[in-house]
Every structure is written in structure tokens, then in C-alpha cells.
Design a protein around this ligand. Structure first.
Ligand SMILES: Nc1nc2c(ncn2[C@@H]2O[C@H](COP(=O)(O)OP(=O)(O)O)[C@@H](O)[C@H]2O)c(=O)[nH]1
Ligand SMILES: [Mg+2]
Length: 362
């Protein structure tokens, strides 16, 4: 086995047989296998791949249940092969599989080389039929990542590359797995700068299926950058949880203003209603963003999650008052520090409890 091709897929049923055909044509004379890593696509992508795998043992499938995420899919696929070199390629035929043999050869011929990147931004490469908007966004993200990376990689956002499998295995414990830019994750995780070359290719337009990354791209990207820069001190997930908690102040104050100031409802009743609305808003925002990879779906799961979230937050509120009250008693007259300490304690508490009991993460 010389080469494993890892293909992350989500709803790519129509593309799977086409890609295997293209790999077959491109990799004549190479000993290869392809590993599809599918996040339980509703369109039956995994089954389509298994159908091929029954006839062709070079085709393998990992079907992940209850998980989403392009980066973690790539990591798991790369760690699941015995091949010495592994390439990652999109399942939607937008990358140029004809480059694979040259990527493999480059790594085989030069033992000092670690990574070969399929690049849209070196001479001979291109972004195909992208509109101006997408080109501009991509250029901005590319500049930002090059700053984080501190290497002269022209296309650090590339999702198409080949790397020595042992390097991936060595770096795997350090990878953040957040977002979609696995190459950037690998290159920034390595203490020793990885040696790379870039080979040009032109990004193709998608013929079958639709892009999943358009909507979440910007947020995932910022989270990944945060994680690389300060993630060791403040985990990205906790930061997002706190940010959403802060955002909860807006619906809280709006309901309070409407009910108490506007409609003349008693303060305590209005405050209780406002807290309920804020908790509900926080629950849905956290479900959509902070825990997007373990998102609760369906009326029952959502209702159960909402109840446990409210319970967790109520305990947090008691802890908040307890801590603040205690500190207030320690130094008579002090109220700012005790209040902030109470908020900090309840934030950590709510986060720990809800991630364990609402979204089932350990
Ligand atoms: N396993 C897995 N694959 C994904 C996920 N999101 C996207 N993909 C796959 O990653 C590749 C690139 O995604 P795509 O939506 O085409 O991104 P775009 O080319 O930037 O628009 C495709 O093969 C997708 O099927 C995911 O959450 N899990
Ligand atoms: Mg695509």
C-alpha cells in the first residue's frame, strides 16, 4: 500500500461512484485505497460507498454516528490507514485528482519533504469560476491564516494535500479538530515547521450536490483561529458559551422593559419571565453554535435539553448568589468584586454542567 486517499463526505451520494472512477483512472500503477469518512449523511452516501466496497476492497467506509465536522472526519480517516502517505480530497470532484500521483511521487522521492499542497494560488493554479465575492472572502481568510502560520504557504486554506501518515499520527493529539481547515491545523500544530511544496491546480465547480460550508464558514474559521491563539488558556467552546451568555442580556432587558416598564407588571414577575426568555434564547443559541457538532434535534430531544439546561442554570444561579454573598460578607461594603466572582463561578458551573448533561460531552 503506497497511498490512502481520505474523502470526507456529507450528502455526496451522487459523487461517490464518479470519484472512485476518477481515482481508478488517475492512480494507474499505484497501490492505493480510498477511505470515505461519512457523517451519517441522510442521502445514504455511506451505503453508496459500501456498495462499491463490496466489489472493490480498495474502497473503505467509516460511518460516524451523531457527529459532524470536516476536520475531525479528516483526522479519523487519516489515522485509519496503514498506507505511509495519505492524501485528503473533497468528495465533490472540485479538487483535481490527476495531481495525486505527482503528490505521492514528490513525497517518495524527497525524504526531507513532509507535505505536498494542492494550491490554487501558485502560478498555474486557479479558483475557476468563483464569483468576486468569494474570491475576496477567500483572499482575506488566506491572509489571516498566513499570519497565524508564519510560513510562505500560498494556499494555507487548501483542503487538498498529501502528507506522511506518521506525521499525522504524531500530531493527532495536538490537533484542535475545530472547523474545516485541517491543513492549517496540522501545520500550526507541529513544533518543527513542516517542509512543504505547492503544486498548482484549478478548483472546479461542483456539478452534483450542494456546498455545506458556505453558511458556517466564517464562524468556524474564527473559532479555529481563536483556538490556535488563546485556546490553551480559554477554550474556544467556553469563550463562545460566555459570549452567548452576554448576548442573553439583550432579550432579558427587552422582556423586562416591555413587561415592567411598559405594561406595569411587578418587577419580580417580570424578572422571572425575562430570565426564562434569556435562558431559552441561550439554550437555542448554544445548541446551534457552541454545540453545533452535537446539536439536539427533534421536539423531544430539544424539550429535554431545554429542561436540563434551565435546571443547570438554576443551580448556577444559586451558586452565583452564594459565592457573591460570601465574599460580600468577607469585606463589608464590597459589591463589584463579589458580583463579578459570582458571575464567573456560575458561568463555569453552567458550562460544565450543561456540556455534560445537556449535550452529553465529557
Ligand atoms: N464527514 C464530513 N464531511 C463534510 C462535512 N462538511 C462538509 N463535508 C465534505 O467536505 C467536502 C467539502 O465540502 P463542501 O461543502 O464542498 O465545501 P466547499 O467546497 O468549500 O463549498 C465535501 O466532500 C463535503 O461533502 C462534515 O461535517 N462531515
Ligand atoms: Mg466543495
Amino acid at each position: 500500500m503506497e497511498l490512502a486517499v481520505v474523502v470526507p463526505t456529507f450528502n455526496e451520494r451522487g459523487n461517490v461512484p464518479l470519484l472512485v472512477e476518477q481515482l481508478e483512472a488517475a492512480l494507474q500503477g499505484v497501490a492505493w485505497e480510498v477511505v470515505f469518512v461519512d457523517d451519517d449523511s441522510p442521502d445514504g452516501t455511506a451505503e453508496a460507498a459500501r456498495e462499491l466496497a463490496r466489489r472493490d476492497p480498495r474502497v473503505r467506509v467509516i460511518q460516524r454516528i451523531g457527529r459532524r465536522g470536516l476536520s475531525t472526519a479528516c483526522i479519523e480517516g487519516m489515522c485509519a490507514t496503514a498506507a505511509p502517505v495519505v492524501a485528503v480530497i473533497d468528495g465533490d470532484l472540485q479538487h483535481d485528482e490527476a495531481l495525486l500521483p505527482r503528490m505521492l511521487r514528490a513525497l517518495q522521492e524527497d525524504a526531507a519533504l513532509d507535505v505536498v499542497v494542492g494550491s490554487r494560488f501558485v502560478a498555474g493554479g486557479g479558483t475557476g469560476e468563483w464569483d468576486r465575492d468569494r474570491v475576496a472572502k477567500s483572499a482575506f481568510a488566506t491572509r489571516l491564516s498566513r499570519r497565524v502560520l508564519r510560513a510562505d504557504l500560498k494556499d494555507p486554506m487548501s483542503g487538498f494535500f498529501a502528507i506522511r501518515t506518521e506525521i499525522v499520527r504524531r500530531l493527532a493529539p495536538e490537533l484542535s479538530g475545530i472547523g474545516f481547515k485541517i491543513l492549517l491545523d496540522l501545520m500550526t500544530a507541529s513544533r518543527r515547521p513542516l517542509r512543504f511544496v505547492e503544486l498548482p491546480y484549478t478548483f472546479r465547480t461542483r456539478a452534483v450536490g450542494e456546498s455545506k460550508l458556505d453558511h458556517v464558514v466564517a464562524m468556524e474559521y474564527l473559532i479555529a483561529l481563536w483556538d490556535r491563539m488563546v485556546g490553551r488558556i480559554v477554550p474556544a467552546r467556553f469563550a463562545l458559551f460566555c459570549l452567548i451568555g452576554l448576548i442573553g442580556v439583550v432579550p432579558h432587558m427587552a422582556v423586562l422593559a416591555l413587561m415592567h416598564a411598559g405594561l406595569g407588571v411587578g418587577f419580580r414577575t417580570a424578572q422571572i419571565a425575562a430570565t426564562g426568555v434569556a435562558m431559552t434564547a441561550n439554550f437555542f443559541l448554544n445548541n446551534a453554535l457552541t454545540y453545533r457538532d452535537a446539536r439536539l434535534k427533534g421536539a423531544r430531544a430539544l424539550f429535554g435539553g431545554w429542561v436540563s439546561f434551565c435546571l443547570a442554570c438554576s443551580v448556577g444561579a444559586v451558586a452565583n448568589v452564594g459565592v457573591a454573598d460570601f465574599l460580600h460578607g468577607v469585606r463589608a461594603g464590597a459589591w463589584v468584586v463579589p458580583a463579578l466572582a459570582g458571575i464567573a463561578v456560575s458561568a463555569v458551573w453552567n458550562y460544565a454542567l450543561s456540556s455534560r448533561f445537556v449535550w452529553g460531552r465529557y
